[in-house]
Design a protein around this ligand. Structure first.
Ligand code: ZN
Length: 83
């Protein structure tokens, strides 16, 4: 049965792995390509220059952040700790 053979050959984790990887890459890619707001001047001109390094195209501010988004979750400066 060639059918069974084919599935066994490529069905270890190939398709599933590829799918997950592709989906993850698409999500990360979308985040990385986005422009974010600069914490210094407020312009939405922050782009990733390398892993965890972000730069504002307007004022030139450079800062370290998350690998895929400039500000990691939980670092929100707004009033949240009013418990
Ligand atoms: Zn800026």
């Amino acid at each position: 049965m060639p059918r069974t053979k084919k599935v066994a050959a490529s069905g270890k984790f190939g398709p599933r792995y590829g799918f997950t990887l592709r989906r993850q890459y698409a999500e990360v890619d979308a985040k990385v390509r986005q422009q974010y707001q600069c914490p210094t001047c407020g312009a939405v001109k922050v782009k990733r220059v390398s892993t965890a390094i972000w730069e504002c195209r307007r004022c030139g501010a450079k800062f370290a952040g998350g690998a895929y988004i400039p500000v990691t979750a939980g670092a929100q400066p707004k009033s949240k700790g009013v418990a």
